[in-house]
Design a protein around this ligand. Structure first.
Ligand SMILES: Nc1ncnc2c1ncn2[C@@H]1O[C@H](COP(=O)(O)OP(=O)(O)O)[C@@H](O)[C@H]1O
Ligand SMILES: [Mg+2]
Length: 271
């Protein structure tokens, strides 16, 4: 479980204080799939880095399984619990061979070599990348590189995985590959925190945080959030295509049930 209590983060810059997180309060339970959306600069990445103590609060607190992340003696246990996957796969890959890259985090934990090999093989298998274990990462597509980064986190076996716009630099095929992995990890019981600017991706979560100006201004189901097309517009965010289309059809006089979110629901309503 992850709990934030009046969590604040202020960046000190030459131009003055920049309040990136302005008093967040929330609880994320084990096994939840939470998406975080919001325009650029709303504080999503700053929040992401608080989940595994890459940044520490400048005010308030965040607890991972009851462990205060700002207490130095909790650092390893926090990092053992929460893994991260970032936007740019190139900046995450550290080794010249795929399997060494996936093993990197484990080697730092002092695990026996044969145990490492076993966990690396399982992790590569989980992301369907076993055939590439002796490849140079530079030879892979963006989607494949992100799957290697995800394998690295799977090998670490953290119970929580935070993704910060992992599909932002990928083509549609790569995006689909990554999202399939994310949903599979959730089905296996991982807690997923998934930052994205693709609303159709966020719509697949169980719960959505909407961030604006360093605050969480909505914390609700995807259905309640995305079918409020007017509010999405005000925030400068797109609604998922089916919700947007349903809103337009309603304006043209079509009688449709409320809160249509998916293409299937819209098709059924139109029938
Ligand atoms: N290293 C930093 N130094 C100073 N300000 C920063 C730094 N990183 C982010 N910010 C500022 O903090 C705010 C939130 O940024 P960020 O968390 O990156 O938002 P998002 O990921 O939603 O785009 C923005 O105003 C951004 O300019
Ligand atoms: Mg960001």
């Amino acid at each position: 479980m992850i709990r934030a209590e009046n969590l604040r983060h202020v960046y000190k810059t030459a131009a003055g204080d920049n309040v990136a997180l302005d008093g967040l309060n929330f609880t994320i339970c084990d096994g939840e799939f939470v998406a975080i959306i919001g325009t650029n600069g709303s504080g999503k990445s700053t929040l992401a880095k608080h989940f595994n103590a890459l940044l520490l609060p400048t005010g308030g607190k965040i607890f991972v399984d009851g462990l205060d992340t700002s207490d130095e003696k909790n650092l390893w246990r926090v990092r053992e619990t929460v893994g991260m996957v970032f936007q740019n796969p190139d900046s995450e890959i550290v080794a010249a061979i795929v399997e060494d890259d996936v093993a990197f985090g484990l080697e730092n934990l002092g695990i026996a070599p044969e145990k490492i090999r076993e966990r690396v093989d399982l992790a590569l298998d989980a992301v369907n990348m076993s055939d590439y274990k002796n490849f140079a990462p530079s030879k892979l597509s963006g989607g494949q590189k992100q799957r290697i980064a995800i394998a690295g986190v799977i090998a670490m076996n953290t119970r929580v995985i935070v993704f910060d716009e992992p599909t932002a630099m990928l083509d549609p095929i790569g995006r689909r590959e990554v999202l399939t992995m994310v949903k599979r990890l959730h089905a296996q019981g991982k807690t997923i925190i998934y930052i994205t600017h693709f609303m159709d991706e966020a719509a697949q979560a169980q719960r959505v945080f909407v961030m604006e100006g360093g605050r969480i201004i909505r914390d609700d189901t995807p259905r309640n959030i995305f079918t409020d097309v007017k509010e999405m517009k005000r925030l400068g965010l797109d609604a998922p295509v089916a919700a947007e289309l349903a809103a337009r059809l309603r304006r043209k006089g079509f009688k449709l049930p409320p809160k249509i979110l998916t293409a299937d629901e819209l098709a059924e309503a139109l029938q």
